[in-house]
Design a protein around this ligand. Sequence first.
Ligand code: SF4
Ligand code: SF4
Length: 335
Amino acid sequence: MAKKSAVRNGRGTRVVGQKCDLPLHEDFLSACGGELAAREIETIQVNVGLRCNQACLHCHVEASPIRSECMEPAVMQQVVDAAQRMECRLVDITGGAPEMNTDFRWFITSLHEGGLAVQVRTNLTVLLEEGYQDIPELYRRLGVKLVASLPCYLEGNVRAQRGNGTFEKSIQVIQKLNSLGYGIEEGLPLDLVYNPRGPSLPPEQAGLEADYRRELNERFGIHFTKLLTITNMPIGRFFDGLAARGKDEEYMNLLREAFNPATVEQVMCRSQINVRWDGQIYDCDFNLALGLPASGLGSIRDLHPDAVVGRSIVTGDHCFGCTAGAGSSCGGSLV
Ligand code: SF4
Ligand code: SF4
């Protein structure tokens, strides 16, 4: 008999038909031993707001130039304090375009002065905009690690996903970052992020990295540290776009069919938390986008190490996006 399953997107829950024998949420939980339990925090990911100079088709938080959500300095200070208290290994800053938060420079400087390792997820193009061109030098001075979106080494694919001119601008910014030592010198990593344009899984990470390295070097003289392949999550603008074309169920089935229990051990939420611009804590940026706060953690202001380890992570059908094929996380494939 055909199973039915709830598929949750950013706007609530609805029920769709489900092909027989595809794994369901309970199968996901069985693979985790009944629940997905958190370990000690290694990384605090911070979403400093949703303003962005782009409005990409695959954006899971639906960022754009008109979004006004923004982290205030008081919450940033609470993040600095909590990261020190928790002795976390990395503070990973995301958005939107994090650079567009007006207190961003102060925040990364405070983290650095507090002895914390800082990583920023940049869309590259913002660094060419008026008012942001000083930031690459600041990144270098503070030794900030960079993770940059470049969803393909071909212009057409990047344009279709991120808009006209984004490929050329991204290349220009990578060249500038290379000239500062990023992607070349030890201690200045520049990782690039690939995600598929359509409803498919990413190719094998190492093979694609070799293609990126060859193509980008031959055509533009560009260097980078690592390529991270990331699966498009079944939420936000990407999933809404699929739903508008009647392809959402097909994509969910693809993710379920490719469920790989070996990835569950490594999913990123087990060793990181995500802080929203107002201080609310989530298990990951996807749960933030879906409005599913972490269980029992509350606000970053009150975060206590004892509440973190062993808590049950809030999961749903969207988690199949992290566990399909080789798995996916903000650090690329999992196995
Ligand atoms: S995917 Fe990144 S660059 Fe694109 S709109 Fe979202 S936050 Fe901005
Ligand atoms: S979607 Fe979030 S909660 Fe689910 S497995 Fe991925 S990181 Fe963990």
